[in-house]
Ligand binder design. Sequence first.
Ligand code: HEC
Length: 204
Amino acid sequence: MFRSFDGLGHQGHTLRRVTALIARHPIVTLAGTLLLALATLSCYRQPTEEPRAPTSPDPVKHGEYLVRTVGCEHCHTPGGIYGEPDPKRQLAGSDLGWKGPWGVRYPANLTPEMETGLGSWSEDDIVHAIRLAQRPDRTPIQVPMPWFHFVYFSEDDARAIARYLKTIPPVAHQVPERIAPGEKPTGAYIDVPPAPAWDAQHLQ
Ligand code: HEC
């Protein structure tokens, strides 16, 4: 009668407890079923109204829309890759490394914090980083950062993202240094293996 709640994390835990309660007290089955329906509804995160408009005359709102939809938070917000980005540390960088043929790289702190984030970057620096995959010192920003998609952002879109990034709360957090290929990381990382034959046909 009830669906499996495995894989729903703490939401699944709540739903399993409600289901168990109903099973122990058949007399409250009807009330329990209603409760379960309510719990299910409240557990699933509903899409919010803001920011929803595909474009907005307000560049900050438009930048927020782009950041949310394009998925910067998937990597740059702690917990993003687990489906639970922490709203209190939005875009504050992640200590989860991406290990691959390139070594290990860490999603940077994009908040406007002066020492550890983008606080010292101008709006133009951020636009340049997004559209040309280069830091202000002209070093390349490389994979797994999907720079090869972001070079297609228009100047206006990249600027909207830069404006928005300047408005989010600064968070002091230094992400680990990049690690060269062959060196062993000490912390947690996602291991990207060498590409399998089909994927590697065009790579040397
Ligand atoms: C798949 C994961 C991923 C996604 C999605 C992603 N990034 Fe990144 N980003 C990274 C990683 C990893 C680095 C570090 C790359 C390196 O070391 O060369 C990085 C670096 C950067 C940097 C350089 C910052 C610095 O201090 O060096 C900027 C700016 C940046 N990302 C902006 C963005 C924006 C804006 C978005 C969304 C539009 C985004 N990223 C989406 C993984 C990601």
